[in-house]
Design a protein around this ligand. Structure first.
Ligand SMILES: N[C@@H](CCC(=O)N[C@@H](CS)C(=O)NCC(=O)O)C(=O)O
Length: 212
């Protein structure tokens, strides 16, 4: 028999926060497996058996493991079609949806990290994302188009990924917080799901620090 409960492998103050926001947006039950990355929980054999990268987020569901935040988000959105948060296969927004979800992990993050670490730019033909400037300009153009949300009128899983990510990268000072970017972030983080995930994470950190 397969296990229909979702186990969410999570650690505070990490990329797993966006998954937590998504689970709140979906309003579905899940079991939280909390790890402390500062204590190295993610590198212990039990968790390396789940994700050999020792990274969060990940989920275990029906005997399978899903890692990589964009894949986790795509999986959860499709698992709960009744929430309307993931454009369905026959939705005209589906192509754009997949494009932006995958672009996040395969182009945006690598471009930002390479740039923040001051790595010498790769030749355009070798870099998986062409060049940093084009990535930034393309994302800013999409933010300008986000009216009010990433794919148009309706809030989707893409907003959870991009809204949470832009929130962090602007806070870290590695992506410019233009007025349009700030307004888009605000539309995502003012939602009850984001606020609840923030409050839950703050409570968890407070309890952890009090116990230390
Ligand atoms: N490619 C992964 C990256 C996940 C990732 O880097 N997670 C960090 C937290 S933000 C992590 O688990 N760090 C723990 C460690 O490296 O030991 C994804 O998109 O999910």
């Amino acid at each position: 028999m397969t296990d229909d409960r979702i186990t969410f492998h999570y650690a505070p103050q990490t990329r797993a926060f966006g998954t937590r926001v998504l689970l709140e947006e979906l309003g579905v039950p899940y079991d939280l497996h909390v790890m402390d990355t500062r204590a190295g929980d993610q590198l212990k054999p039990d968790y390396l058996a789940v994700n050999p990268m020792g990274k969060v987020p990940a989920i275990s569901h029906r005997g399978s493991v899903v890692t990589e935040q964009a894949a986790v988000a795509l999986y959860l959105g499709d698992l709960f079609p009744e929430t309307g948060l993931a454009p369905a296969l026959d939705d005209p927004r589906r192509g754009s949806y997949l494009r932006w979800m995958v672009f996040y992990g395969s182009s945006f993050e690598p471009a930002l990290v390479d740039h923040a670490m001051k790595r010498p730019p790769l030749p355009r033909s070798t870099a998986p994302y062409a060049d940093y400037e084009t990535v930034v300009a393309t994302v800013n153009e999409q933010v300008r188009r986000a009216a009010p949300f990433w794919l148009g009128e309706r809030f989707t899983v893409a907003d959870v990924l991009w809204g949470s990510a832009l929130f962090w990268v602007t806070n870290f000072g590695i992506f410019e917080k233009t007025p349009e970017v700030a307004a888009y972030i605000e539309r995502v983080i003012s939602r009850p799901a984001f606020r609840k995930a923030q409050a839950d994470e703050a409570a968890l950190i407070a309890a952890r620090d009090a116990a230390a």
